[in-house]
Design a protein around this ligand. Structure first.
Ligand code: NAP
Length: 253
């Protein structure tokens, strides 16, 4: 099972939701986990739980949209583990609103966390990957990249991450580095619970209505996304590069 032993993974937004599940999956497969989050208490708690489950994990507090914090976390992780082999750009926020009500702050916050965050993390980490001639970069996009009502900011950022991914694949391929993206549909996390709250329906009703529209007839679970990430980060996936994998219980595009 230890397909990732000797690998070091830097996962952003890893205290809860998809990032937590991705960290658990990579850690259970032998990777050492650098758990990055903006929330110290949550990061500490998640790291403690992971340690109890035998995972080698260290947490770092950084807002991914602040360059100095990202660079410090990357430096500390490399000082501790000697390298970073796997980067998962997962940290994300929602600031949904119809375009005519969307504020400058709604737009900037989403662009800063998703796009600038992925840019800062990838730029800081690629240096070490290039030195080692090995790397796996996975960014978490979304089916919203194809367009979604009330998400002009988020859809733009998630589509941007796809262009970012393909460009990284082109630039970094020759150094033994792959860059791919996973684009989830509706996955049951705090983020989707907040969406139900925002539109004023119970989560049960929200899930039931959505499930009826999904070929798999259920919402996704964080593990569905973690397993897709695991595929991309395996050593054997070295010829899979610049791909966007929709994980949505059915065809999304
Ligand atoms: P979540 O439950 O809200 O978790 C997001 C995590 O990111 C939280 O731990 C959050 O910390 C952290 N975070 C937020 N801003 C940050 C920042 N500036 N710097 C560092 N960490 C930050 O969300 P999720 O559902 O797991 O989503 C994870 C990723 O998947 C996001 O990129 C999201 O857009 C994408 N996605 C999710 C779905 C879905 O259905 N859930 C679908 C498609 C794509 P706090 O706890 O402090 O907020």
């Amino acid at each position: 099972m230890n397909q990732l032993s000797n690998r070091v993974a830097f996962v952003t937004g890893a205290s809860r939701g998809l990032g937590r599940s991705i960290s658990y999956t990579l850690g259970s497969n032998g990777a050492k986990i650098c758990l990055v989050d903006i929330d110290e208490k949550a990061a500490h708690e998640t790291a403690e739980e992971m340690k109890k489950d035998g995972i080698d994990v260290t947490y770092y507090i950084a807002d991914v949209s602040v360059r100095s914090q990202v660079e410090q976390a990357v430096e500390e992780a490399v000082n501790k583990y000697g390298k970073i082999d796997i980067l998962v750009n997962n940290a994300g926020v929602l600031r949904d609103n119809l375009l005519f009500k969307m504020s400058d702050d709604d737009w900037d916050t989403v662009m800063n966390v998703h796009l600038k965050g992925a840019f800062y993390c990838t730029r800081a980490v690629q240096k070490y990957m290039v030195e080692n001639q090995y790397g796996r970069i996975v960014s978490i996009s979304s089916t919203s990249a194809l367009g979604n009502r009330g998400q002009a900011n988020y859809a733009t950022a998630k589509a941007g991450l796809q262009g970012f991914t393909k460009t990284l694949a082109i630039e970094l391929g020759k150094y033994g580095i792959t860059a791919n993206a996973v684009a989830p549909g509706f996955i049951e996390t705090d983020m989707t619970r907040k969406t139900a709250e925002r539109i004023g329906v119970s989560f049960e009703e929200f899930s039931k209505n959505l499930s009826d529209t999904i070929p798999a007839k259920r919402l996704g679970q964080p593990e569905d996304i973690a397993n897709a990430v695991l595929f991309f980060v395996k050593e054997e996936s070295s010829y899979v590069n610049g791909q966007i994998l929709y994980v949505a219980g059915g065809p999304a595009n």
